[in-house]
Design a binder for this molecule. Structure first.
Ligand code: TXA
Ligand code: MG
Length: 320
């Protein structure tokens, strides 16, 4: 059966209120959303994604005022980050109040919260009497969706409604920040750069590797993965001869290479990190659907959103 892609907010409200799942657009990636207080609906999200219950979901809000109900404490630096970046691609990990169901938080005593910056979804959140738990709308370990059609390709009609909010503006997931006392720790690199975070709260620790961070359940070394064998390198030209005769696709930052390969996908001809991030997953979806033998991605300069993009490329290339 065909997927139901629509812009109809009333229909989304109906489906969510009836206890089912709706795919929602955000400025980062599409999410698979359900009422945080409806256990059956939340279980559907885990089942659709084939995600382990130990891996908690982000709770989406329309206003920072809702934090009072969901969390027991908001550190000063969290408030500063909220003022600077909310609504936006910022997820905060905060101590959870008893009202947040354990199913949503994987049994943890913290809850991840974010106020997305997408007009349609903010409107939806305002009109609902409950917040929405929403992980990215991709099966476990696969590339996140940045267009309604990506969600349809993954789930077809098994998601009753895909709310179409166009292509996601930022294109990679939110930056996740937690706290030890008042000390900010970045658990996931994302659409807000470390440099931007640091201008607001000073130096932060980055703890985004599984081995540094057994507590953060979602930090799998392999993630965002194409089915196609994927490599990431600083120097594509030096490894290309080894792929002679293979159906090869290149994922490049700015310029095509003078080398005959099946396809070269450019992230941003202007060398703009924001544009590159916005195009990253669409490019990976595209390359993954070409029947290639190999995708070779070029590592970006390790600054600004280049850092977040490199993080995703490395996880895409990891076979473990
Ligand atoms: O941009 C985004 O954040 C998107 C859109 C839809 O909002 N959502 C998203 O959700 O990326 P998801 O579930 O794919 O990734 C959330 C990450 C996971 O790695 C999860 O383990 C982590 O957040 N997380 C959630 N709650 C947590 C908690 N209480 N403590 C530590 N990590 C948590
Ligand atoms: Mg995800």
């Amino acid at each position: 059966m065909q997927a139901n892609i629509s812009k109809d907010l009333d229909q989304a409200i109906k489906v969510l209120t009836a206890g089912d799942v709706v795919a929602i657009p955000t400025e980062t990636v599409y999410g698979l959303a359900a009422n945080i207080y409806d256990e059956t609906a939340i279980r559907k999200i885990f089942k659709l994604k084939q995600r382990p219950f130990s891996n908690p979901l982000i709770v989406h809000l329309h206003s920072a005022h809702q934090l009072a109900l969901l969390t027991t404490q908001v550190p000063d630096k969290a408030k500063m980050l909220l003022r600077a970046f909310s609504p936006g691609a910022l997820t905060l990990i905060l101590p959870k109040s008893a009202t947040v169901p354990d199913l949503v938080t994987g049994g943890k005593n913290s809850v991840a919260v974010r106020i997305p910056r997408h007009a349609l979804t903010l409107d939806l959140l305002k009109r609902l009497p409950f917040p929405l738990a929403a992980p990215s709308a991709n099966p476990f370990m696969r590339i996140s969706p940045t267009q309604a059609q990506h969600v349809a390709d993954y789930f077809g009609s098994s998601v009753p409604l895909i709310l179409d909010g166009g292509a996601c503006q930022m294109g990679i997931e939110s930056t996740i920040v937690g706290f030890e006392g008042d000390k900010p720790i970045v658990f996931r690199l994302g659409s807000i750069s470390i440099e931007a975070i640091e201008t607001v709260v000073g130096q932060v620790e980055i703890r985004n590797k599984k081995e540094q961070n057994p507590e953060a359940p979602g930090m799998f070394a392999r993630h965002y993965s194409p089915r196609t064998h994927t490599l990431v390198t600083d120097n594509i030209m030096s490894i290309l001869p080894a792929f002679e005769g293979k159906k090869t696709g290149l994922l490049l930052f700015q310029q095509p290479l003078p080398y005959p390969v099946f396809h070269q996908e450019i992230l941003s001809p202007d060398g703009d990190f924001n544009a590159a991030a916005a195009h990253l997953y669409t490019a990976l979806h595209l390359l993954d659907n070409m029947g290639l033998d190999v995708i070779i991605a070029q590592r970006l300069p390790d600054i600004d959103l280049g850092k977040s993009i490199n993080d995703r490329l490395e996880r895409a290339a990891n076979k473990g």
